[in-house]
Design a protein. Structure first.
Length: 118
């Protein structure tokens, strides 16, 4: 149990969830899931000023979810799919734990109902 509690406090996992918590950053990631894009292209649909978009991109890059490159004056971003693995692993562990708990609750309620009908 101590190992799973410690995993919940993984600083990398925390930075990933922090990066994913913002809807603007999730929209940027959704766009980048279609392929790399220039920063100006990512900024356009947000309605935000470029410095604000750059801060969002910085959070995503610091979390390792995107990588940026610069070609002349154009900065482009690409998603880093493998960076999502810790989140996926954590969510899978949570799903497994809660399914087990719900199965035990279902068994308990089923047994209670059987005892009441006796």
């Amino acid at each position: 149990m101590l190992v799973s509690v410690m995993a919940n406090h993984d600083p990398d996992l925390s930075s990933l969830f922090q990066a994913l918590a913002d809807p603007t950053r999730r929209a940027i990631l959704a766009r980048l899931a279609q392929g790399p894009a220039a920063v100006s292209e990512l900024a356009r649909p947000t309605g935000l000023r470029l410095p604000t978009v750059m801060r969002h991109l910085g959070v995503l890059e610091d979390a390792g979810l995107i990588a940026t490159t610069k070609d002349g004056r154009v900065r482009s971003c690409a998603i880093v799919p493998e960076a999502f693995q810790p989140v996926q692993s954590w969510l899978e562990a949570q799903r497994t734990m809660w399914e087990s708990r719900l199965d035990r609750l279902d068994d308990y309620v089923t047994n209670l109902m059987k005892e009441r009908t006796k």
